[in-house]
Design a protein around this ligand. Structure first.
Ligand code: ADP
Length: 643
């Protein structure tokens, strides 16, 4: 036995070996038995080799008196060794001590007793070092040595580690394992593993409990499962199990348990954050593209995919302008942001959408992206499609303009109305003045002849007729517009209107002017005959009124081919025509192109308004085409045909 140490000197007065796991670990890997005793020979610690030699376990033997376990050893000899060590304060050795093993086998042991001294050189305990060449041989041949190593490694591990024997009972576990489950070692040792595995992670196969969802990895089984802590909480773990066979062919499982609680929490947190992020990015209506510092696409959100009909996978890593040619200007802006490190913003930018001839209006913002150290690593382009609001604004603008137009039209109309009121009073006053003046002169002049009186009376009659015509026109129009005149529907042949009018024209003084129906289709119509006739008569009268001496008024009454319900009436003359800017006004009440000329011709500016009202009462339309100096054509479409 070679042993260079004579004694061990300690700073302390106590032997506190268990407080130093490195020391105990080292003791475990030597192939000599080492035991530490206090002054009363009480065992404080034994190493694994001694455990193996004595076929005992630390937990069992600690606390017992060494003298009680010397068994077949020569007690006197051992007593001498202790005495010597105590007296000399030096190591005391004895080789070849006979150890009578069962079945009378003699076993030779080398033994040394080494004292532990305190600062004052007083002996405070002993270390027994025992060696046996035979035991050593056996030990080396056995896998126990391996187990000792395993245990030493276990103790140094951060993960929980267990040895499960062939029957499935816990043979050994490191402190970390017990800590994870919150048990005291004694409570779990020799218990079946199923006692600390969550029941839903196990199943019964051929009467044996096995773990569910085994995954094999290089001969090691991997399980993700939950263990049950002493307090009932579940502990998510990753368990790696390898099977070992010891020298007696006992199958033992070594399990290493990694606690997944933190990992799971981190993973769920991370998943939640990235899920939230992606959801937020997906849900927002803002299109977002991130670019690297070389202006290649790093990411984009759904909104961009929808707007530009491209997937991230198709464009990732491409330059922005290659991926989205219509965003060329963004590349320029992004370049500026990268260089200047300042954000850029533009509103109402017009953008062409590919494959669609549509213009998009966008509000764009480009911000620099910086890493933790403040280096610019790229840019984020965000843009909002503001097309709808921009279009809406355009529409509002348009409506506003229309409103302005209506407003000016209305002001015009009001102006015209007040003009007309002035006109009406003027028109009424003029004949009244003429009548009044002439009657007065005739009455005052005693010499007025009967012929002269008859002339005055005729003048009175014609002026009175004009007034009554104007008043009746006004009445008709007002009543029609107020809906007081009811259309009297009748079914009659279209031709009958032409006949009526021709009959009337015969009695009408038209000088050299001619009125003719150049076409009258045969058709049955349903409408107010008197009113349709009045409409036509009005237009004919105007044609005569506003044409030269040899005026020609041509009338057509046609049934339409396209629309079987429609009857088209046209009245065309070769008269003075109407200037373009007047055309839109002539159907307005009281409107006359040239007031004095119209008056000369007996016009009041009400005829065309009445025509329009009659056409509309039949759900029809009236329009006019005219050229100054060439003539005028009125077109009336009435959906009145019934056969
Ligand atoms: P009026 O009683 O003054 O003729 P209308 O309402 O019938 O009133 O016509 C309105 C104005 O339209 C007329 O004052 C006239 O200036 C113009 N007008 C109507 N018909 C014709 C036509 N056939 N040729 C030229 N001008 C016309």
């Amino acid at each position: 036995m070679i042993f260079d140490w004579q004694k061990i000197k300690l700073n302390s007065d106590k032997l506190e070996i268990s407080k130093c796991p490195v020391a105990t670990g080292l003791l475990n890997v030597v192939s000599s038995g080492i035991m530490i005793l206090d002054m009363d020979y009480k065992i404080i610690h034994i190493n694994r080799f001694f455990e193996w030699m004595l076929k005992t376990e630390q937990e069992i033997i600690v606390g017992t008196n060494f003298k009680d376990i010397t068994g077949h050893l020569d007690k006197e000899l051992i007593g001498d060794l202790f005495k010597k060590a105590l007296e000399t304060k030096q190591i005391a050795k004895k080789i070849n001590i006979k150890h009578l093993k069962p079945k009378d086998m003699v076993h030779l042991i080398d033994m040394a007793v080494m004292p532990f001294l305190n600062k004052h050189d007083e002996v405070i305990g002993f270390a027994i070092i025992a060696e046996s060449s035979m035991a050593k041989k056996e030990f080396i041949a056995s896998d126990y040595r391996m187990q000792v190593f395993v245990r030493y490694i276990f103790d140094a591990m951060n993960e929980g580690a267990t040895v499960i024997d062939e029957a499935g009972n816990l043979e050994y576990a490191n402190q970390k394992f017990f800590d994870l489950l919150g048990y005291d070692p004694k409570e779990l040792l020799t218990q079946h593993w199923s006692a600390w595995v969550y029941e839903y992670d196990m199943e019964q196969i051929e009467g044996r409990k096995v773990l569910k969802n085994e995954q094999k990895n290089n001969g090691i089984s991997v399980y993700f499962l939950r263990l049950v802590k002493k307090n009932g909480d579940l502990l998510p773990v990753k368990l790696l199990v390898s099977k070992n066979v010891d020298k007696d062919f006992n199958i033992k499982s070594i399990g290493v348990i990694a606690d997944l609680t933190e990992k799971e929490k981190l993973e769920t947190d991370f998943k939640e954050v990235s899920y939230l992020n992606s959801k937020v990015l997906e849900t927002i209506t803002t299109g977002i593209i991130t670019l690297d510092s070389d202006l290649t696409i790093k990411s984009l959100n759904r909104q961009v995919e929808i707007l530009f009909k491209k997937k991230l996978l198709d464009v990732q890593g491409m330059r922005l302008v290659q991926a989205f040619p219509s965003l060329e200007i963004f590349e320029e802006w992004s370049g500026w942001v990268l260089r200047s490190r300042k954000p850029y913003q533009v509103d109402r930018y017009k953008l062409n959408v590919p494959d669609e001839d549509e213009l998009l209006f966008i509000n764009a913002r480009i911000n620099p992206l910086a890493d933790d150290e403040g280096n610019i690593t790229g840019v984020v382009c965000a843009f909002d499609d503001v097309t709808i609001s921009a279009r809406l604004e355009e529409k509002i603008e348009l409506s506003y303009r229309k409103l302005e137009m209506t407003h000016s039209k209305l002001t015009n109309l009001l102006k015209r109305q007040s003009e007309f009121l002035a006109d009406v009073s003027h028109e009424l006053r003029t004949p009244l003045t003429i009548i009044g003046g002439n009657v007065e002169v005739s009455l005052q002049d005693k010499n007025t002849t009967r012929e002269e009186l008859i002339d005055v009376m005729q003048l009175v009659q014609s002026e009175a007729e004009r007034m009554s015509r104007m008043v009746s026109d006004l009445m008709t129009l007002t009543k029609m517009e107020a809906g007081e005149i009811i259309i009297k529907y009748d079914v009659f042949p279209l031709e009958s209107i032409a006949q009526d009018i021709m009959g009337r024209i015969d009695y009408f003084d038209k000088g050299l002017k001619t009125v003719s129906f150049s076409r009258v289709d045969r058709a049955m119509v349903r409408g107010d005959k008197d009113k349709i006739r009045a409409l036509l008569w009005n237009l004919i009268e105007n044609g005569l009124k506003y044409s030269g001496k040899e005026g020609v008024v041509e009338i057509k009454m046609k049934s339409s081919k396209k629309d079987p319900n429609n009857i088209r009436l046209t009245v065309e003359d070769n008269g003075m025509g109407i200037a373009k800017q007047e055309l839109e006004n002539i159907f307005d009440r009281f409107y006359r192109v040239e007031k004095s000329r119209a008056r000369e011709r007996g016009g009041s500016g009400l005829g065309l308004s009445i025509c329009k009202s009659i056409a509309e009462a039949h759900r029809g339309k009236i329009r006019v085409k005219s050229k100054v100096g060439e003539g005028t054509k009125f077109i009336v479409d009435l959906p009145i045909r019934v056969g």
